[in-house]
Design a protein around this ligand. Structure first.
Ligand code: ADP
Ligand code: TYD
Length: 214
């Protein structure tokens, strides 16, 4: 049971497209609810009414619609709204917030994919977001496998996976480098296994984190 009060715990999932983040966030949220925790599951871009509108602006239509700089501003604006209206109120209420992607995705996709804009991304983050997750689960996997999975469930959104396997490989390496950069909050899990086995590893990591920080 959850006897904690006051401030909750902020857990994010990161990884390349198709690595299983949405699947694993859903399974983790269900498992933690069964453990008795109050859980809010959310995602980026999106997670609040305003941020969902921005999601449509960045993921639909011509992929070249925005420069990398403008895209960074849009993702950051969406994140700020999501934080103010969804994430921070839930954390203040003592909930566990599980978020499918957060600022590390901007560090990767906008910070690395079209030139080195990581410095600009970090400055904007320091000014407008400030908060980092308490725990980040990086689902690491082979980009070809991720791409195959992601393309199988292709919808109307222009996703970054459409840029192809080379970008996916750079993103994988970038995410692993980010895990080395922030070892205190990152845990890397091998996503190239069955859904149940990955979920069991995720739950182990999270239960350990929650017990340690109860
Ligand atoms: P992401 O949110 O990281 O893009 P999803 O959770 O949406 O990934 O998974 C992408 C696709 O791959 C979905 O169709 C999902 O059912 C499937 N999938 C997720 N995890 C696994 C796994 N471990 N093994 C096989 N298929 C998976
Ligand atoms: P998402 O819905 O998580 O897609 P997927 O399930 O395929 O992983 O995210 C949509 C796309 O948005 C994804 O390609 C990554 C991209 N993205 C950014 O470029 N920057 C960001 O800050 C975020 C949160 C996502």
């Amino acid at each position: 049971m959850n006897h904690r009060s006051g401030s909750g715990r902020f857990i994010t999932f990161e990884g390349i497209d198709g690595s299983g983040k949405s699947t694993q966030s859903r399974i983790l949220a269900d498992a933690l609810r069964q453990d008795g925790y109050d859980v809010l599951a959310t995602r980026e871009p999106g997670g609040s009414a305003g941020a969902e509108e921005i999601r449509a602006l960045v993921l639909e239509g011509d992929p070249d619609r925005w420069s990398a700089e403008t895209e960074t501003l849009l993702f950051t604006a969406a994140r700020r709204d999501h934080l103010e209206r969804t994430i921070e109120p839930a954390l203040r209420a003592g909930k566990i917030v599980i978020c499918d992607r957060f600022a590390d995705s901007t560090r990767m996709y906008q910070g690395l994919s079209r030139g080195d804009l990581r410095g600009m991304v970090d400055q904007l983050h320091a000014l407008m977001i400030k908060r980092e997750p308490d725990l980040t689960i990086l689902i690491d996997m082979d980009p070809d496998q991720g791409l195959k999975r992601a393309l199988e469930r292709q919808g109307h959104e222009e996703r970054f996976e459409d840029f192809g396997p080379d970008l996916q490989r750079r993103m994988r390496a970038g995410f692993l480098a980010l895990a080395d950069e922030f070892p205190a909050r990152f845990r890397v899990i091998d996503g190239g296994r069955s859904i149940d086995i990955v979920a069991a590893d995720v739950l182990d990591v999270v239960r350990h984190d929650l017990t340690t920080h109860a």
